[in-house]
Structure formats: C-alpha cells, structure tokens
Write a protein that binds this ligand. Structure first.
Ligand SMILES: [Fe+2]
Ligand SMILES: [Fe+2]
Length: 249
C-alpha cells in the first residue's frame, strides 16, 4: 500500500531495524503484514526526524507489539512545527512523548553520533557545510524557520564501506554523505531515502552531480520526480525507491 511518507526495514548484523513509520499506521501495518514482518520481530526503531510523514505510524506500530522497543532519535523530534502554505497546518510528530512511552517506546534521544547496536550507528546531528533543505516553521518560537536540527541518518556498517539511510535529506544530501563518512571513517557505498530536492534549483542539482561521493543513490519520497529524472540522467548508480522496493548491499 502506497502513501505519502517514508518507512524502511533494514536487516543486517542479525538485527531488524525499522527506519521511520510513514504517515499512517494502517499503511505501515498492512505492508509489514504483506512482507510477513511481525511487529514484535523489530529490534529497534530509528526515527530520522520528527515530521508527521515519518512518525505518524509509530503509535499503531507500538500498539501492535506485545513488548517495549528502543526508539533511537534526536531529542528535537517533539518540537512543535508548522507549514504555513497553502494554509497553516501541523507537520510535527502527531503524538506526545508520554503516550508513546506508555505504549512501550523506550526513547534513546541523542545529539551525538553513537553505535546503538553492533553495525548500526546514528549519525547524530549532521554538520551542514553546504546548502541544506530545511522546511517549515517553529510553532513555539515566533514562527522562525525550522532548521530541522533533529534530522539524523542511519549508518549501517558493510565492512569496507557503509550504507546510509536518510528520511527526507533535510540536512542536504552532500552534508549527509560527508558527515556519515567522517563519523564512520568509511566511504558510502549507498545512500537511500528521500532527498528533499523537489523544486530544487538547477545549481543545487548540478552540485549534487559534482560533489556527492557515493556509489549508489536510491532516491524516493520527497526527491521530486523532475529532480530524480535529472540525477538519473547525469549520474551513475541512481535508482528509484518505491513501496515494496528491496535492496541488497
Ligand atoms: Fe518526508
Ligand atoms: Fe521531512
């Protein structure tokens, strides 16, 4: 079942990590069922950032489990955030921390990079040396633009290199790749996720082609169809992401 949002199951190192939960729990649980993935078989949940289209399925997922689960994220995921166009609406996590804890979420909220289980690392807050793709406004801070500081990536150790999963790429895809290389000390074999390049200027896309140092780029969600088409034509190793897609690295 398709829908706006992002969610991916990562299997490796004898563990199952659920990265994000999409917008809607019904979609998430339907797809897990289709793939024969029991909610109780998930060892960790990794939340890339607090936007509703990555966290909306979390409550239903916790309700479908019979035991608690560690949820790795940045402490900023519970910030109240809004979009102002086309009209004002909430775009943050649609739940309170306490209600999720009551349902079995055991939050591990850290700003720093850290390995939460063997082979799986949180990037921590991503250094932004070049352009980023922040969106939205902070509802409780005079509607200042939201830098989406809570945007983190999952780094999976592949031995010689790493795979990196981003939810929306709000920190900017070049920053995400460079930061992941720095904290892991290894090159990036594949970068997977939404790149938030929808409506990007030609210069931004040219910069990605010139400076993104990865072997494979699996791009979907908020990458934008036109931006995706441009990258696919200009770079080697660019593949689309869609519901049901499976990637082996
Ligand atoms: Fe998103
Ligand atoms: Fe987002």
């Amino acid at each position: 079942m398709g829908g706006h949002g992002f969610s991916a199951l990562v299997e490796g190192h004898g563990r199952r990590v659920l990265v994000d939960t999409g917008t809607n729990g019904r979609v998430l649980l339907n797809n897990m069922d289709e793939l024969d993935v029991e909610p109780d078989s998930i060892d960790y949940v990794f939340i890339t950032h607090g936007h509703y289209d990555h966290t909306g399925g979390l409550k239903a997922f916790l309700e479908a489990r019979s035991r608690p689960v560690k949820v790795i994220a940045h402490p900023g995921i519970f910030v109240r955030r809004v979009a102002l166009k086309p009209e004002r609406r909430e775009i943050g996590i649609p739940f309170e921390k306490e209600e999720l804890e009551e349902l079995g979420a055991r939050f591990v909220l850290r700003r720093e990079p850290f390995e939460f289980t063997e082979g799986f690392m949180s990037s921590g807050e991503i250094e932004r040396e070049t352009w980023d793709r922040a969106v939205g406004y902070l509802a409780e801070d005079d509607l200042k633009p939201d830098p989406v500081k809570d945007d983190i990536a999952l780094i999976i150790d592949l031995g010689e290199n790493v795979a990196v999963i981003t939810g929306c790429g709000h920190s900017g895809v070049i920053n995400i790749a460079n930061h992941s290389m720095k904290v892991s000390g290894k090159p990036v074999k594949a970068l997977v996720g939404g790149l938030h390049l929808i409506g990007a200027k030609p210069e931004t896309l040219e910069d990605v082609v010139k400076n993104l140092d990865v072997e494979f780029l699996f791009a979907g969600h908020c990458t934008g169809l036109e931006s995706f088409a441009y990258l696919r034509c200009q770079m080697e190793g660019v593949e689309p992401l869609h519901v049901g897609k499976s990637v082996e690295l």
